[in-house]
Design a protein around this ligand. Structure first.
Ligand code: MN
Length: 246
């Protein structure tokens, strides 16, 4: 099993499920919401070789964590994985969009200066803003757009920029998500749970359940489920190879 975007530190029973996640998943990218959380979580998760912790500053809390921007930039040199970062332009967070943009741009610029990183990026309601910053810093690294919800035109631009896409059960089970997935290059899709914030039947989606997207993907791609599984598995190995992680 594989999960490229989970808030593993925020599950109510995080410490209890860690060994199980490490055992069932060959790879889990645990994104964080602030650099302080990244420092603390990295310590606790360091014994689990299949779990990587990404340095994050969630755009929804940009205002509350703005004082941690410098700390974030200082930490970039120490990690290969960055996320969750990005911009949220939905009405609730519109007030802080220019702050979010400024933080995001500084992170992307610094990632480019540090040889490029693997970045898990949030784009809700702000896809064009995110893409135009990414376009200016092609050396920023390998970008995975998490739960992409932009327009088809924005999707085309993201594809042209070389972005990857992480898709979760909630996204693939929505009509928009299905339509967008259909237009994504099949070799640039990875699974994500986005748990514990994403849930099914009132239960948070677990990191080992992210792979269940292959059920719906097999319908989207009109192939048997085993083939959809193989594709996602190949994508994972391809991703690891391109990024020198194997
Ligand atoms: Mn998330």
């Amino acid at each position: 099993m594989i999960d490229f975007h989970t808030h593993l530190d925020l599950y109510p029973n995080a410490l209890e499920i860690l060994p199980k996640v490490n055992e069932l998943n060959q790879f889990t990218l645990a994104v964080t919401t602030s650099p302080r959380a990244w420092i603390a979580t990295s310590k606790v998760f360091s014994n689990y070789s299949n779990i990587r912790v990404a340095l994050g500053l969630h755009p929804e809390i940009a205002d509350a964590k703005r004082d941690e921007t410098e700390l974030f930039l200082d930490c970039i040199a120490k990690t290969k994985f960055i996320g969750e970062i990005g911009i949220d332009g939905s009405p609730r967070f519109a007030r802080t969009v220019s702050l979010q943009e400024s933080i995001f741009e500084q992170i992307i610029r610094t990632s480019a200066r540090n040889g490029g990183k693997i970045l898990s990026v949030h784009t809700r309601g702000a896809t064009s803003k995110v893409l135009s910053i990414l376009e200016r810093f092609p050396a920023a690294g390998t970008v995975i757009l998490h739960w992409f919800s932009g327009s088809v035109k924005e999707l085309e631009k993201a594809i042209a920029l070389g972005c990857w896409f992480s898709i979760g059960p909630s996204m693939i089970n929505s009509n928009t998500g299905k339509l967008l997935s259909e237009k994504m290059p099949i070799n640039r899709i990875l699974p994500e749970s986005d748990g514990p914030f994403s849930s099914r039947n009132n239960k948070p989606i677990m990191p080992w359940e992210a792979i269940s997207i292959t059920e719906e993907l097999s319908r989207v791609w009109k192939v048997p489920k085993s083939e959809a599984n193989d594709t996602i598995c190949n994508n994972y190995w391809q991703f690891m190879e391109i990024n020198n992680l194997v």
